[in-house]
Each structure stands twice: as C-alpha cells, then as structure tokens.
Design a protein around this ligand. Structure first.
Ligand SMILES: *[C@@H]1O[C@H](CO)[C@@H](O)[C@H](O)[C@H]1NC(C)=O
Ligand SMILES: *[C@@H]1O[C@H](CO)[C@@H](O)[C@H](O)[C@H]1NC(C)=O
Ligand SMILES: *[C@@H]1O[C@H](CO)[C@@H](O)[C@H](O)[C@H]1NC(C)=O
Ligand SMILES: CC(=O)N[C@H]1CO[C@H](CO)[C@@H](O)[C@@H]1O
Length: 468
C-alpha cells in the first residue's frame, strides 16, 4: 500500500485505499461506486476480494483486474489463483516510464470512503494540491525532521495515513509496518528500530497504557506520538508521558485530509499540575499552516460563536486542505459546504486564546476503535431479524474502544431469543466491528409523535459503563 501511494498517482491514476476490516458485501459496493479498474489484494484478504467479485457478478458489474500481493517466495505459484502477482507484475514495468503528472494541481489523487451516518457510500476526494499541503503541514506538527523512523500504528487507509505515507518519504524516513498492532509488538519495534515517531487513535494509546509491565520495554529516547480521531482522555495522556512518550494532539476528519488542527503546547502550561496540563492538551487547538481557517459557527445563522469557552457551535473548516467533494454526490457535497464552510458535524467551544475544544458529536455516529459505525446500518440489520420488533443503537462508552455499539431491542410477541444470538446474527451480516457488543431487551422510549428518544437510551448505555 505504501508503494502504491506513489505508483498510482505517478501512473496518472487515483488511489482508493480500502479498510482491511470491511466484508465482501461492503467491498463490492465500494468497488462498484468507485469504478475501480485494478484491485491490489493482500494474500490474507483474497477471500474477501473473491466474495466481493461474486457480489459484483450478481449485479452484472464488471469486476476490476485483480493483482495479488503474495507473501513472498514461499507462496505456491499465485498465478494459478489470479492472473497477476504483484512482484512479477512489477518486473514487467519499464524503467524509462514517464511519470504522468496531473494536468491541474486540483486533479484528484485519492478517494477515501467514510461510512458517515448513512450506509450510502461517501467517497471523499483529495486533490494533489491538498495532499501536498497537508503532507507538509503534518510533517511540521509531528516535528518530523530529516530521516525519521515512523512506526505505522495509524492504518494507511485512514486518510492516506494522515498524509504521512507521502510525508515520511519526503523526509527520507524509514517506515516500520506491523501486520497486527499489539502493545508488545509496539514496544519491541520501538526498541529494535529506534522509532522516533508514531501515531494513533486514543485506542492505541489506551492499549499502550493498559499493557502489562511484562510487555513494556524501556524507551531510551522520547518517541513522539500524535493522537487524533477522538478526544484523548486526560488520564491516558498523563500515563503516556510517564512511559516515555511525548504526546501531541491533532484533530480533523477524513474531509480535512486527516490532521486539520493541532494543539500546540504552550510553555506556560509547564508550571501547571500534570492533571491540568493533560486537560489543556486534550483540546483540539488551532488550524495548522496548510489550512486557511477553522472556526466554531452557529450552523443556522453561520455566525461565529464568542470565544468564551462556553458557547457551543459546530466546527467548520475552509481552505486548500479541505476535500474537493464527495465522489458522484453533488447533493451531499453542497450540503457539506453550505454557507462556504465545510460542516464537520462536531460540536465545540472556542476558548479565549482561540483554541477550540470538541465537546460532542452532532450525529449519532458511534466511533469504535477509530472506525465509524453507522447506527442506522446496524439497526437495519437488527430489524431484518425475524424476532425483532424494534431496535435502536447507541454508543456505550468503552475504556478500550472509545465506544461500542449498544442495541436496545423490543422483541415480537411469542419470540424468545437471547442477546448472544442477536449479536451473532449481526456479525453474520456486518463487518464484525460494527456488530453490537451489548443487547438490552426493553420497551423503547418514544416521543408523542412516535420518534425513538435516543438521548434517553444514550444515558442508559452510559450508565452501564465500560465493557472492557
Ligand atoms: C539504535 O540505537 C542504538 C543506540 O544508539 C544503536 O546502537 C543501534 O544501532 C540503533 N539501531 C538501529 C536499527 O538504528
Ligand atoms: C487494563 O484495563 C483494565 C480495565 O480497563 C484494568 O482493570 C487493568 O488493571 C488494566 N491493566 C493494566 C496493566 O493497567
Ligand atoms: C466518520 O464519518 C464522518 C462523516 O462522513 C467523516 O467526516 C469522518 O472522517 C469519519 N471518521 C472516521 C474515523 O471514519
Ligand atoms: C473504505 C475505507 O477504508 N475508508 C476509510 C477512510 O478513512 C477512515 C478514517 O479516516 C476510515 O475509518 C475508513 O474505514
């Protein structure tokens, strides 16, 4: 995937990275929507790709050409399975190939699908210009100097690795990649390769903080770790510092090429008690140098909220490092850019020093382990079970995942099934991470007009506390 971040744009094509946790059905939808011509598949995911091709065949959609990335020399001749194998395919290339440069710097370089709140695919389009600017900005906010050693705990399918796929190369760095992220592997790699930088959602930080002493290794020189994706709990920031990490906090969305704002640590914070410092570090800060503007506006009046640390508004962005739009969806694009700003859907306040602080989500979306889970999508599956009368899914706070999906279900009369059965049913119809981890059977609270009152359910889920 790292190589393809360069090869694909140099061939004049557009890169569309896919989450390795998606299931065949989802992959087939994205292949069809993106009109992908070539699909590069890691050998471990070949079955998912095959399943996706089966789905495509059912709708008479022409599948892309498949190129298999095999494990190495030991693989039994992969060309028996699929027509192309990556390494042998590369050997057919020409060294004198001339790079196909973009005609305009606004030409697309990549598309990244977010599930968003609905299950309709939303392909976020990045331009060459935006990717270039955000890459440079991201290097600055990671404090990444020449020849860094970057440990990939951020997946490269998340906003092109927060643009550091390109950034690490720009600085002549070394990429350390892990197939599975675990605390012991993180510590092992840091020690073995003298890692200087890494990144990750608070889930990754939590994993590190919550590892056993046996798994941990002494870190000889500070590792800069950038966190983003959801607000990091202050107590985790504090523990990370104790373990030898220097944590910096950034904030953005897929639509802002990943990092859009950065919480610059102020020297005067150093004299504050550690708990106080961690709270300040958990703020989202201000825009980076590649982005024109971030502000908190009232989404209705489009007036900026006062910088009083109290008045809530919606986080909005504008500038070169905001997406070009949603692929083949001008309606959603127009909606997202209403009033000349990109509407993030996040609620926040602005402090007197100009730093913003995200307080809540506008939408009901559940973010589990850094991944978006559309509650509507999960509810649709629950509703497809013959025993289910009503279902509503909300976020349950979780110490490890940040949140997990919690389903409130009312069964049809005469049916008696248990939570486990419903969870398994969902796992059979959704990528596993989207399936509810908790199911509660009860009457759903409704307004007089019959709308399910999700905020009451959210309170209940919150009261349950963390599962892990
Ligand atoms: C890591 O740093 C140590 C101490 O400076 C050095 O001996 C070792 O060769 C370095 N390892 C790598 C992979 O650069
Ligand atoms: C990991 O987290 C769990 C609960 O969140 C806690 O009970 C446990 O003590 C933690 N382990 C370590 C080593 O901190
Ligand atoms: C979640 O969805 C929103 C809305 O489309 C998007 O802006 C955001 O980047 C997504 N986040 C993740 C982690 O996928
Ligand atoms: C299809 C896909 O892999 N989409 C990813 C785009 O990036 C976000 C995070 O920025 C991931 O959560 C999605 O899975």
């Amino acid at each position: 995937m790292y190589e393809l971040h360069f090869a694909v744009p140099m061939a004049g094509a557009v890169l569309c990275t896919l989450n390795s946790r998606l299931d065949s059905a989802m992959v087939s939808v994205l292949l069809a929507h993106s009109e992908a011509k070539i699909l590069f598949v890691d050998h471990g995911l070949l079955e998912i790709a095959r399943g996706a091709f089966d789905h495509l065949a059912k709708t008479n959609t022409k599948p892309p050409i498949l190129v298999l990335i095999s494990e190495g020399d030991d693989d039994p001749s992969p060309t028996n399975i699929v027509p192309y194998e990556y390494e042998s395919f590369l050997e057919t290339g020409h060294i004198e190939f001339e790079i196909k440069r973009p005609k305009s710097e606004w030409d697309p370089i990549s598309v990244n699908y977010t599930s968003g709140t609905t299950s309709r695919p939303k392909g976020v389009v990045y331009s060459h210009r935006g990717a270039y600017l955000n890459t440079i900005a991201t290097l600055f906010l990671h404090g990444m100097q020449s020849m860094p050693v970057y440990l990939w705990t951020v997946p490269m399918f998340h906003c092109n690795g927060w643009c550091l796929t390109w950034g690490v190369a720009a600085q002549g760095g070394t990429n350390i990649c892990m197939k599975n992220v675990s605390p012991s592997k993180i510590f092992e790699n840091i020690a073995l390769h003298n890692v200087t930088h890494m990144g990750g959602a608070p889930t990754v930080l939590n994993m590190i903080v919550n590892s056993s002493v046996r798994e941990q290794k002494r870190i000889s020189s500070k590792v800069v770790i950038c966190t983003g994706g959801s607000p990091p709990p202050p107590q985790i920031l504090l523990k990370m510092e104790e373990l030898g990490f220097s944590v910096t906090h950034l904030y953005g969305l897929t639509e802002t090429y990943g990092p859009g704002t950065y919480c610059v640590l102020k020297p005067e914070w150093e004299s504050l008690p550690p708990e106080e410092q961690s709270k300040l570090k958990a703020r989202q800060g201000t825009q980076h140098l590649g982005l024109q503007d971030v502000d908190i506006l009232d989404p209705v009046t489009m007036e900026k909220v006062p910088a009083d640390g109290k008045t809530m508004g919606e986080v909005m962005f504008r500038g070169n490092t905001v997406m070009s739009g949603y692929f083949k969806d001008s309606k959603a694009t127009e909606e997202a850019f209403k009033g000349g700003w990109f509407h993030s859907g996040d609620l926040a306040v602005k402090h007197p020093d100009g730093y913003i602080e995200v307080t809540d989500r506008l939408k009901d979306i559940i973010i589990s382990g850094g991944e978006n889970i559309s509650t509507i999508q999960v509810e649709t599956v629950l509703y497809s079970h013959p025993a289910v009368l009503e279902a509503a899914v909300v976020a349950r706070p979780d110490n490890h995942w940040g949140q997990t999906p919690c389903a409130f279900v009312k069964l049809k009369e005469g049916f008696d099934i248990d939570a486990q059965e419903l969870i398994l049913f969902c796992r059979g119809h959704l990528p596993h991470y989207m399936a509810p981890k908790t199911v509660i059977f009860e009457e759903l609270p409704r307004t007089s007009t019959g709308k399910i009152q999700k905020y009451i359910l959210r309170e209940k889920a919150k009261a349950l506390g963390s599962l892990s």
